[in-house]
Design a protein around this ligand. Structure first.
Ligand SMILES: Nc1ncnc2c1ncn2[C@@H]1O[C@H](COP(=O)(O)OP(=O)(O)O)[C@@H](O)[C@H]1O
Ligand SMILES: [Mg+2]
Length: 343
C-alpha cells in the first residue's frame, strides 16, 4: 500500500458534484501535485484528506490506516493554506510554537523544536518579528514551518505561492522541493500552474471538473497526454483534426495512428515542428507572429485553420527572426513524438 491512498472519493454540495470517483495514491516521501483549473475540486479534495470535509463516498488511508472517520486534530496531517493564515499578533516563534502549545508540549521541548524548525527553513534570527514585518516569501516559510514543526505524517499545501511574484515564486518552488526532500515528508501540493507542477512533483494528477483525468510523472503527462484537455492544459500544443486509416494518419504515411481509426486529434508540440521553405510535406502558411524569449522563438503560422500553427525554434545568438508575411512550411521533426487521440 502507498503512504496515502484515496479510493473512490466523491463529494457533492447540493446538486453540485464537486468530486467524483477520485482515486490516487502517493508513495512515502514523494510529492504529488493536484493540477487543474480553478473550481475543479482541488481544495475540496485536500479538505477531505485533512478531515475538514466529509466525503459522501470513498475511503482515505494514510500509512495503512483508514482515517476517513478520524477527527482532523487526530490525523497528523499538516496543512498550508493559500493565504498564509498566520496569527498577526504572534511573533514568528509564537506562530510556529502555537500548535505545540495546543498539544501541551513542554516549554523546553517547544523552544528546541521551534528553533530547529526555523533553522531548517533559514528563518533563524527572525524569531521575534511579527508577520507584518516579513516579506511574502518569509511569511509563507513561516506557514510551512508551522505545519512541519508538528511532525505530521503528511503535508498538504494549497496553492501556497499564489500571492508571490513570479521570480520569488520560482525560487520558493525549488526551496520547497529541497525542503521536502530533506524532511522526507509525503506531500500533496495543489496548483493551477503547470510550470509549478512540473518543478515540484514526482507525480502529477491532472484534475478536471471533479475527476482525475490523468495520473503520471511530469514528463509522461507532457509526452503522452491521455486526453485533449491534458494535452492543452500542460504545455502548449497544436491540435489538428485528422483521420486515421489503415494504421496511419491519412496523408502522413510516417505517422502511426496508434490503434485509432476514423476521426482523431493529432497533437503536435511546438518544439516538434521545424520551419522550411520550398515544396514538401507538412503545413504551409504565412508567418503571422514571431516572439523571441531569449534563445527560443515562437512563430505563429497562419495555415488557414481556426488556430494558427505554433512552432518553437531555437535561435542562435545574433540570428534575426523570420519576417511576418513570409511563406514557410512546418514539418514534423519526430513523428513518434506526435500524439494521436480519438475524437
Ligand atoms: N462549502 C461549499 N459549499 C458549496 N460549494 C462549494 C463549497 N466548497 C467548494 N464548493 C464549490 O466546489 C467547486 C470546487 O471548489 P474547490 O475545491 O475550491 O476548487 P479549486 O480548489 O480547484 O479551485 C467550486 O464550484 C466551488 O464553488
Ligand atoms: Mg482551491
Amino acid at each position: 500500500m502507498a503512504h496515502i491512498e484515496i479510493q473512490g472519493v466523491a463529494k457533492s454540495f447540493g446538486a453540485l458534484h464537486v468530486l467524483q470517483d477520485c482515486t490516487l495514491s502517493v508513495d512515502k516521501g514523494t510529492v504529488l501535485t493536484l493540477l487543474g483549473p480553478s473550481g475543479c475540486g482541488k481544495t475540496t479534495l485536500l479538505r477531505v484528506l485533512a478531515g475538514f470535509a466529509e466525503p459522501d463516498a470513498g475511503r482515505v488511508h494514510v500509512g495503512g490506516v483508514d482515517i476517513t472517520d478520524t477527527a482532523p486534530s487526530r490525523r497528523q496531517v499538516g496543512f498550508v493554506f493559500q493565504n498564509y493564515a498566520l496569527f498577526p499578533h504572534l511573533t514568528v516563534a509564537g506562530n510556529v510554537a502555537y500548535g505545540l502549545k495546543v498539544r501541551r508540549v513542554g516549554r523546553a521541548a517547544i523552544r528546541e523544536r521551534v528553533s530547529r524548525a526555523l533553522d531548517l527553513v533559514s528563518l533563524a534570527g527572525l524569531d521575534d518579528r511579527y508577520p507584518a514585518q516579513l516579506s511574502g516569501g518569509q511569511q509563507q516559510r513561516v506557514a510551512i514551518t508551522r505545519a512541519l514543526v508538528l511532525e505530521p505524517q503528511v503535508l498538504l499545501l494549497d496553492e501556497p505561492f499564489n500571492a508571490l511574484d513570479l521570480k520569488l515564486r520560482q525560487a520558493m518552488q525549488i526551496e520547497l522541493r529541497k525542503l521536502i526532500g530533506r524532511v522526507g515528508i509525503t506531500s500533496i501540493f495543489v496548483t493551477h500552474d503547470q510550470g509549478e507542477a512540473m518543478t515540484l512533483s514526482d507525480t502529477v494528477a491532472v484534475m478536471r471538473a471533479g475527476r482525475i483525468e490523468q495520473l503520471g510523472r511530469p514528463l509522461e503527462i507532457y509526452d503522452r497526454p491521455a486526453t485533449e484537455f491534458v494535452a492543452t492544459f500542460i504545455g502548449r500544443a497544436n491540435v489538428l483534426p485528422a483521420r486515421a486509416h489503415g494504421g496511419i494518419i491519412e496523408g502522413m504515411p510516417d505517422l502511426d495512428a496508434r490503434g485509432n481509426e476514423g476521426e482523431v486529434a493529432l497533437v503536435v508540440r511546438p518544439e516538434n515542428l521545424a520551419l522550411a521553405d520550398g515544396a514538401g510535406p507538412g503545413w504551409s502558411g504565412r508567418v503571422a507572429f514571431a516572439s523571441a524569449i531569449g534563445p527560443t522563438v515562437e512563430y505563429e503560422i497562419d495555415i488557414g485553420a481556426a488556430e494558427p500553427l505554433r512552432v518553437a525554434a531555437q535561435r542562435r545568438a545574433g540570428e534575426t527572426l523570420l519576417a511576418a508575411g513570409a511563406t514557410m512550411r512546418a514539418t514534423i521533426i519526430e513523428p513518434s513524438a506526435c500524439i494521436v487521440l480519438p475524437r
